[in-house]
Design a protein around this ligand. Sequence first.
Ligand SMILES: [Zn+2]
Length: 151
Amino acid sequence: MFLSVHGTIGLIIGKYCQNPILAFFLGLISHYGCDIIPHGDTKAPKKYNNLIYWGLAGIVDLSILSVTLLGLFILNKIDIYNPNIAATFLGSILPDFLLLGYFLSNKRLFKIPFKLHNFLHNLISKKYEINFYLGLALQFILFILLLTILI
Ligand SMILES: [Zn+2]
């Protein structure tokens, strides 16, 4: 699932959670929980199935998330200095950075988060995956809906 969706969910949870440690774990759980929902990633056309594509997609996704975060902060819709919001935000995006750590550095160090991520990601998707482009569209719509909660 897009980091921008995970991060936005994290921001929403952080607004309502009053404990930064709990907030962090709720963010983490929200990430893994949302990744269980089929969202088309595993049906990516073969031409997109390489590290360059996923790297570029990740940069675009992270850029959208950064602009969103900055915009919400400038509009005074979120307080990024609030420890609860910061904790859920970090928890909600951390699993994908652990995945990146697995691909770019020591595979042994990141083996457990990698296996957990893949297991949960494929739990339903392996049997009931949706079309890649439908997944992109639904995630985009979800992202917009989530933003309306924050604005
Ligand atoms: Zn993920």
